[in-house]
Design a protein. Structure first.
Lengths: 263, 565
């Protein structure tokens, strides 16, 4: 078994589960929360979402950004109308009977057709992004098999190199930057969710189903990965990390792992 | 000549309406009166709401710290499973289509009772049995079911979830499922066959319409759920392999079956509350509902579409045709938008009375619309890939479902409480409850959107300091505790109305529909006589003859030949 090294700032820092469950966190939350808000305030236009550390994730982020702008427009119209009504018609006193209007076909057509158009626009944007995000390469730079099990992950690289969860050590998945990695995702037991928040991406690992998807990292760094689908008692601790390195570093790492280095 | 006067001689009899059945506890246990059963349903489901709400408080307490130790991980999994199961199967649905619909629907169409009173009683007892069966899970070896309210196979198999707790859960769902089916049969039959003379389909109040559509949806969706539960039970104990790969089964089939029930289910839960809002807005704006037929067709469209969108819960399985389900899911936004604009149109030009029911209905409108925005986003598969199974989804469905059930539910409760009991609730306490609940509710769920976007998965009892979601979770927890507190104000209000009643009278809100044409509470078999039903608002027509609907054009001007007042 290869001992895995973690940087201090990785989610799976030294101590693993002990760190997750050990220290009481009363000292830091407020400071961290403030920092979190400050961080999100740095770049207001990300609207709280990760900007995406893969080309697929970036596409999804841009879709989200557009959605937020559209939602803002619709919200201004809808809540604006509501607010106007409440202010304008809420100040009448007494029991006076207002005009008993039942309907107005023209207005009804307007508020049916305009949402339909908005929805159609969203649909075509969705399909455009979906085709990019869901595309699976025929000749990827790297083929990687990810296996989910209760409660850990196995990353199997070509030439028999594999990294696997061992007790409280969370495994690290290494990916080359700028290259397309085709991931084959399977489950050994129950349904798991392969989820990397920084990639804006998740996919179920289903027993009896093999899923394929591409990851093309465009940012160097180490990111947390999680299980997103409830899979039993230790679901919350089925963590892993993803380290994106340059292709040269990746090749060096892969060859340093040697043939069949891990169990 | 008003109804009340016609009934005046009856009022001197101790038991108005001539019903001489049992009284006291025996009345509650043996009655087949839709009003008694409706109240049974309502109070039972509110008790379940309190139980599941208390579970939510424990869940939120656990999440105040990244490594909270309020409960064990196993207990946490049991708590959110039963919290979700109670809220969806035992509170939101039964409160509306067991409680409100049972009590109000026959009154609104001028019927003396439901079509099948004994079946109605059976529904309630099945529901109560199912509910207690589910809670019994906490008292057996191995604890209650801990696989989430969706019970995904193969986590719910006997190997992965042994013990009697999951079996009790399955039996509970099957029993409440049958209860729902029987109630749906009853509601639909009642609305189709027991309408009073003059009450055509297009004169039925929107609440009744929504209950009819809900009933039809229940008849489509619930049998699938019950069948799936039978399969799951057979897999666990009879050696079948519906959902096990080793035996040639398919875990994905569970998800298809479950969500084929599950997505209509969310509209089964939501449509009744839309109906309540559609009753409250017109009454407190002193106007008819705007675009009645558009609203009815929008409801039918939502129901139709809801049977074709189940796989938007399965985008990340990689096994479904994404564009098809995305298109249908997005399309639901159109009829839903029609509803929102219809409600705004109803308020437009009205004489708005901000009584407690109106405030709660407005609170529903705001939270539901916000939840609708995130719903449209989630209908887009690529965005769903990013936030599926995170707190973004948790925030979304709590805003649309919990927001709907709580705010529109309380709107209905405050609106019909005078009819249920003949007493008024205190306005001041009601308004206080509303403002605390409204602020606290949004304080609970808006931070959860941000936590989800940051990557916090749902159903985790612990998270990392490095996730930067601690502060968001703390805000959310404080909001949740305040929401819980707002319920105590409501209980206080109930207690005061019980100890120091204020008589409500027959029609305290200047209501429009037939339930306000009888006494509060209504006598056995409901009506001693009915006003003429010549429009959607017979009671309004009677009380405001100069503005009667049948004398008014669609734009509110008097019809030709009728003198303007």
């Amino acid at each position: 078994m290869k001992k895995l090294n973690y940087r201090r700032d990785t989610p799976s820092g030294p101590g693993g589960r002990r760190r997750l469950l050990g220290r009481a966190g009363w000292r830091t939350p407020v400071a961290l929360g403030g920092a979190a808000l400050a961080l999100s305030a740095c770049n207001v236009t990300d609207f709280g979402m990760h900007t995406g550390a893969t080309s697929q994730g970036s596409d999804i982020f841009h879709l989200y950004q557009t959605f937020i702008y559209m939602a803002m427009g619709v919200a201004i119209v809808t809540f604006g109308a509501l607010l106007y009504v409440l202010l304008r018609y809420g100040r009448r006193k007494g029991d006076g009977v207002p005009r008993q209007r039942h309907s107005n076909v023209k207005i009804e057509i307007v508020y049916t057709v305009i949402p339909a158009i908005i929805v159609a626009v969203i649909f075509f944007m969705t399909v455009g992004t979906e085709n990019k995000v869901d595309a699976v390469s025929h000749n990827p730079s790297l083929n990687l098999t990810v296996t989910g099990f209760q409660w850990g992950w196995r990353f199997t690289y070509p030439d028999g190199v594999s990294v696997v969860s061992q007790g409280t050590n969370y495994p690290q998945m290494v990916l080359p930057e700028g290259e397309t990695t085709k991931v084959k995702l399977v489950s050994q037991d129950v349904v798991h969710g392969f989820y990397v928040p920084a990639f804006n991406f998740s996919r179920y690992a289903l027993p009896g189903v093999t899923n394929y998807f591409d990851l093309t990292p465009n940012k160097l760094g180490t990111f947390i990965g999680r299980c997103s689908q409830l899979c039993g008692l230790y679901h919350a601790e089925m963590l892993f990390s993803v380290r994106v390195v340059t292709p040269a570093q990746f090749n060096a790492w892969l060859s340093s792992q040697g043939k069949g280095a891990t169990a | 000549m008003t109804i009340a006067e016609e009934r005046s001689e009856l009022a001197h009899e101790p038991d108005a309406g001539g019903h001489h059945g049992p009284s006291g506890i025996y009345k509650w246990l043996t009655s087949t009166d839709h009003k008694v059963i409706g109240k049974n349903y309502m109070y039972t489901s509110l008790v379940f709401l309190m139980i599941a709400g208390a579970m939510a408080m424990i869940i939120r307490a656990q999440l105040v710290q990244p490594d909270g130790h309020i409960v064990s991980q196993q207990m946490y999994n049991e708590l959110f499973t039963i919290h979700g199961s109670i809220m969806l199967y035992l509170f939101a649905g039964p409160f509306a289509f067991g409680g409100f619909a049972n009590f109000i629907l026959p009154l609104q169409i001028g019927a003396p009772d439901m079509a099948f009173p004994r079946l109605n009683a059976l529904s309630y007892w099945l529901y109560l049995t199912g509910g207690t069966t589910m809670l019994m899970g906490f008292f057996v070896t191995g604890g209650a079911a801990a696989f989430g309210w969706v019970s995904y196979a193969p986590l719910s198999s006997y190997t992965n979830s042994p013990g009697p707790g999951p079996d009790l859960w399955i039996v509970a769902i099957a029993l409440t499922g049958f209860s729902g089916i029987f109630t749906a049969v009853n509601l639909v039959t009642t609305a189709f066959y027991l309408r009073a003379p003059g009450m055509t389909m297009f004169r039925m109040p929107i609440f009744t319409w929504n209950m009819v559509v809900t009933g039809i949806l229940i008849l489509i969706a619930f049998p699938i759920l019950t069948a799936a539960m039978v399969m799951l039970y057979a897999d666990r104990h009879l050696g079948t392999h519906f959902f096990t790969v080793a035996g040639g089964g398919s875990p994905v089939m569970w998800q298809n079956l479950f969500w084929f029930f599950g997505h209509p289910e969310v509209y089964i839960l939501a449509l009744p509350y839309f109906g309540i809002a559609s009753e409250v807005f017109p009454v407190f704006a002193k106007k008819p509902i705007f675009g009645y037929k558009g609203l009815v067709f929008a409801t039918l469209a939502i129901a139709g579409l809801s049977t074709g969108v189940w796989a938007h819960h399965m985008y990340t399985t990689g096994t479904v045709l994404l564009p098809f389900f995305a298109a249908l899911s997005l399309l639901i936004a159109v009829p839903t938008g029609i509803k929102v604009f219809t409600w705004i149109g109803t308020l437009w030009g009205g004489n708005l009375q901000f009584k407690t029911p109106m405030l709660f209905a407005l609170g529903f409108l705001v939270t539901f619309t916000m939840g609708g925005f995130s719903g449209v986003m989630l209908a887009s598969p690529p965005f769903d890939f990013a936030v599926h199974d995170t707190y973004f989804v948790v925030a979304h469905f709590h805003q649309v479902l919990a927001g709907t059930a709580v705010f529109a539910g309380f709107a209905g409760f405050y609106y019909w409480y005078p009819k249920l009991t003949g007493r008024m609730m205190r306005e001041s306490l009601g308004k206080l409850q509303f403002w605390i609940a409204f602020i606290a509710f949004n304080m609970t769920f808006i931070p959860q959107y941000l936590a989800g976007l940051r990557g916090m998965p749902r159903r985790i009892p612990v998270y990392l300091v490095s996730d930067h979601v601690t502060f968001l979770n703390q805000v959310s927890s404080v909001g949740a505790f305040l929401t819980g507190f707002s319920f105590l104000i409501w209980l206080l209000n109930l207690w005061i109305s019980w100890r120091k009643p204020i008589a409500a009278g027959d029609n305290p809100w200047d209501g429009h529909t037939l339930e306000w044409a009888t006494s509060s509470p209504p006598p056995h078999h409901n009506f001693t006589s009915l006003p003429p039903i010549r429009s959607q608002r017979p009671v309004w027509d009677q009380n405001h003859p100069e503005y009667a609907d049948y004398n008014t054009e669609h734009d509110g001007t008097p019809k030709k030949g009728v003198e303007a007042k």
